[in-house]
Write a protein that binds this ligand. Structure first.
Ligand SMILES: NC(=O)c1ccc[n+]([C@@H]2O[C@H](COP(=O)([O-])OP(=O)(O)OC[C@H]3O[C@@H](n4cnc5c(N)ncnc54)[C@H](O)[C@@H]3O)[C@@H](O)[C@H]2O)c1
Length: 338
């Protein structure tokens, strides 16, 4: 027992993945799991008989923990995280950080005041394919980025207390912010509540970034195919990140078009298309969630700001809030105040 003492709050669908990582990582000691549901606690005890299993997460405050990981439904994130920070615990919260930007700001302030680590589970920021894609953008290999297109589609999983925007788009927004290294200027969104009244299960977002870069995000719980794809179109090359693929998550297409100098005659107007090689880089892939969990522990020990810090979580919540406003108000264009 040499690692940081970690407790998990929420052992539903995603909590077990976090638990497994904190159990396996040598620099953490998995001490406790809290879940309101007795059945979930029984499941946890079958796998980890040595842990303290509690229904009330507040009982974790008596176990001399260093950190907690919150994997409960989004509506509970703020109150549980605030309570944990007030009890001097470092906190990793699953996405989205909170449902309101003012709540995210309160958590950031509290963590700063108490010198605690606050991190949000933007898992894709720990994904080697996303890093590789960022490398292609930053090195200029794709040329000037024109636009990005993200699609995250599947049949389900429908959530009880959030729509598809708040459930799936945090991933794509955090990826786009990470890839471009800057937040968007504006967002608009449209969508439909097809299956359950008032709960949008398909949403299309348009984002405008500085330097005339546009981005489009399509998220859906109502699609026949599982799609996890991001396309980046640049002036020199184009790239596709397909998270479903095993060995070819990134493909770089040497494709593009050059427009001729201005002419008056329509007949002389000929675009010059080029279509060269398709390159598949070899990416050393390790489980992103393992990287994320390790990064949380390292940030606490080294006293460094995590990559997906509370501030990064706040940026994503601000985009979601603006998109939700647009969704409810006829696809208005919302300028985001940073
Ligand atoms: N990073 C990812 O890829 C990823 C994937 C899935 C879910 N998530 C996130 O993980 C979080 C949990 O999602 P899920 O799908 O596991 O939800 P879930 O409903 O399956 O599980 C939530 C669990 O929290 C428990 N719970 C609720 N309130 C509690 C409380 N006050 N104290 C203790 N336990 C409580 C519930 O009993 C349940 O077992 C969400 O924020 C979701 O967005 C992230």
């Amino acid at each position: 027992m040499t690692g940081l003492r970690v407790g998990i709050i929420g052992y539903g669908y995603w909590g077990p993945n976090l638990t497994r990582n904190f159990f396996e990582i040598p620099s953490s000691d998995l001490i406790a799991i809290a879940d309101l549901n007795e059945e979930r606690l029984k499941q946890a005890l079958l796998k980890y008989p040595q842990i303290h299993a509690k229904r009330d997460y507040q009982e974790l405050f008596e176990l001399d923990l260093d950190a907690v990981v919150i994997a409960t439904p989004p509506a509970t994130h703020y109150s549980i995280a605030k309570d944990c920070l007030e009890h001097n615990l470092n906190v990793l919260i699953e996405k989205p950080l909170t449902l309101k930007s003012e709540h995210a700001e309160t958590l950031i302030k509290l963590a700063d005041e108490k010198d605690l680590t606050l991190m949000v589970g933007h898992t894709f920021e720990y994904n080697s394919a996303v890093h590789a894609l960022k490398g292609y953008i930053d090195s200029g290999e794709l040329g000037q980025v024109y636009y990005l297109d993200a699609a995250r589609l599947n049949l389900g999983l429908f959530q009880r207390d959030s729509n598809v925007l708040w459930d799936l788009a945090p991933h794509d927004i955090s990826i786009l912010l990470h890839l471009l290294g800057k937040p968007p200027i504006s967002v608009s969104a449209q969508g439909s509540p097809c299956v359950i009244d008032g709960i949008h299960d398909v949403v299309y977002m348009n984002l405008e970034f500085p330097d005339n870069i546009s981005a489009h995000i399509h998220v859906s719980w109502l699609d026949p195919c599982k799609v996890r794809r991001i396309t980046v179109v640049g002036s020199k090359k184009m790239a596709i990140y397909n998270d479903i693929e095993n060995d070819s998550k990134i493909k770089i297409y040497d494709k593009g078009v050059d427009v001729p100098a201005y002419t008056n005659g329509f007949g002389e107007f000929q675009c010059n298309y080029h279509s060269g090689d398709i390159t598949i880089p070899n990416i050393h892939f390790t489980e992103p969630l393992r990287q994320e969990c390790q990064h949380f522990l390292d940030s606490i020990v080294n006293h460094t700001e995590p990559r997906s810090s509370g501030r990064a979580g706040l940026e994503v919540v601000k985009v979601l809030e603006a998109a939700q406003h647009s969704l409810m108000n006829g696809q208005t264009k919302e300028i985001i105040q940073w």
